[in-house]
Design a protein around this ligand. Structure first.
Ligand code: BG6
Length: 491
């Protein structure tokens, strides 16, 4: 369907996501000639907008947020011609009638069926409303051609996620539904499958016999910013762990699928989630640490305490930091802890996966031996390095760990696309590999539900405060023992 005329509809045209991510991504796809020859982008939102002013605001979004910086004037002009603004209330039939007229007109002019993509860049309360309207207005019935793209949060717990899945799958085929987890579109994340399954030096070691433990860290410098209204009801567990961190864990821990095929890859990832050991409430408090930032300093800029941030309850117990020790009870990973950590107002912005191997069994050297470590940096640096022991040059047998490094910068001249570019292109191509299937989302919720429940039952128990600009509560380090003294030092 790549060369078919394509009509993209974005619900939530005035939202942050459209301006920061979607339009810059579509613009870059356009300038790189990845969009189909005939396409149209209809941006729908509630308020009346002067179309020219609306487009200028989108241009400002590209200039500010695109990986390529400022837009090229000519290219922008060409691109902007394809964009239109449709004022409409998501709750009213008029909106969908107007949209239908537009989409029908688009097909008529082109004398061809068109691919229809409906992007839900809206608050969660609108998802079912819009989905139902698309269904009733017969806008999204053709399995091969019509697609919806749904952003997170996908439910707020297992029950609401199931309910939403049932609601959507009653109206659309599963293959029409693209549930986004943008971490799966990140270049360095996609590379993990290649790294693991196209090479043979690591995979034989990728199991409980050789791996001591795994650390997955996603540290963010940013605080809650202006998103308090959403975030205070969500917290880091729902905002980051349920989706992004668990997906990283799946890619690290999954078995090799039989073929590089969407369903097989997603089966393999889902199996990891199903094998994660569920915790009792007591185990939750032993294995999962939550924290909340207090006033501090991030890079010399003062940061308010979380409870004083905009739209945050003054006595909020919402966690802005989570560290967890999880176990995958299958043959490959039995007994190997996976440590997950994420937080806001951390000292650096950095996402890194560390696979630490077991101690060398040969004890023939006097020096303490540092275990081998494979370090996969996802952002902002894209890099894979292997730490190993080596003899320091000189007359004595003295050891010191050194690093073997692969950086994208040195190895490639290609530019690195944004996650949203990769994912939007996949939607255009009808490729669901990097999207979350219904059962995957539910399996991920199942993993975090014992934690959600335990914290709900004991809202203030063991909520550790940490100063903004620090590495989180010290309790987060305690759960590493005896596997490591400290978390891998991010920089
Ligand atoms: C989003 C979360 O899904 O991911 C945000 O809602 C978070 O809270 C963001 O900041 C992080 O994404 P990235 O791509 O900047 O690492």
């Amino acid at each position: 369907g790549k060369t078919l005329p394509t009509a993209i509809t974005i619900f939530g045209a005035k939202g942050d996501l459209t301006k920061r991510k979607l339009i810059p991504a579509l613009y870059n796809l356009y300038t790189d000639k990845h969009l189909p020859p005939v396409f149209t982008i209809t941006c729908v939102d509630f308020l009346p907008e002067d179309e020219a002013a609306f487009k200028l605001d989108l241009l400002d979004g590209i200039n500010t947020f695109s990986r390529n910086g400022k837009a090229d004037e000519k290219e922008w002009e060409g691109f902007a011609k394809h964009i239109s603004y449709l004022q409409g209330d998501f709750l009213k039939a008029d909106t969908y009638n107007a949209l239908k007229a537009k989409l029908d007109g688009f097909e008529k002019i082109n004398k061809k069926n068109a691919t229809h993509i409906f992007y839900f860049a809206v608050a969660p309360r609108f998802i079912e409303i819009i989905a139902d309207a698309l269904y009733k207005h017969k806008l999204c019935l053709r399995e091969e051609l019509d697609r919806i793209v749904v952003e997170k949060p996908f439910g707020t717990d297992l029950d609401t996620a199931k309910k939403l899945n049932r609601f959507l799958t009653k109206r659309f085929a599963e293959q029409q539904i693209y549930r986004i987890d943008h971490y799966l579109g990140k270049e360095a994340v996609q590379n993990i499958m290649a790294f693991r399954f196209a090479n043979y030096v690591f995979e034989p070691l990728w199991n409980k016999d050789f791996v001591d433990h795994v650390q997955i860290s996603v540290a963010e410098e940013v605080g809650v910013g202006k998103r308090g209204g959403y975030y205070d009801g969500a917290g880091a567990l729902r905002d980051m762990v349920q989706n992004h961190l668990l997906q990283l864990l799946c890619i690290v821990a999954m078995d090799c699928p039989k073929f590089y095929k969407s369903e097989l890859i997603r089966d393999s990832k889902t199996k990891v989630l199903k094998d994660i050991r569920p915790y009792t409430p007591a185990q939750v408090f032993k294995n999962v640490i939550r924290g909340q930032y207090t006033a501090g300093n991030v890079h010399g800029t003062p940061r308010l305490s979380y409870r004083k941030e905009e739209h945050v309850q003054p006595a909020s117990n919402t966690e802005t930091f989570v560290a967890a020790r999880l176990f995958i009870d299958n043959d490959r990973w039995k007994g190997v802890p996976f440590f997950l950590r994420t937080g806001k107002s951390m000292p650096v912005q950095s996402s890194v996966i560390v696979v630490q191997f077991k101690d060398a069994p040969n004890k023939i050297f006097k020096d303490d031996i540092t275990p081998n470590r494979l370090i996969i940096s996802i952002q902002p640096e894209l890099e894979i390095s292997l730490l190993f022991e080596s003899k320091v040059p000189g007359l004595k047998m003295k050891l010191k760990p050194v690093e073997m490094d692969f950086t994208y910068q040195e190895s490639y001249t290609e530019t690195i696309p944004e996650a949203y570019e990769a994912l939007l292109l996949d939607v255009l191509d009808g490729n669901t590999t990097l999207f979350m299937r219904a059962d995957q989302v539910e399996a991920a919720w199942k993993v975090v539900m014992p934690i959600v429940d335990a914290w709900k039952k004991y809202p203030a128990k063991q909520l550790h405060l940490y100063k903004a600009g620090t590495w989180g509560p010290s309790a987060a380090t305690d759960i590493l023992k005896p596997y490591a003294k400290d978390w891998f030092r991010l920089s």
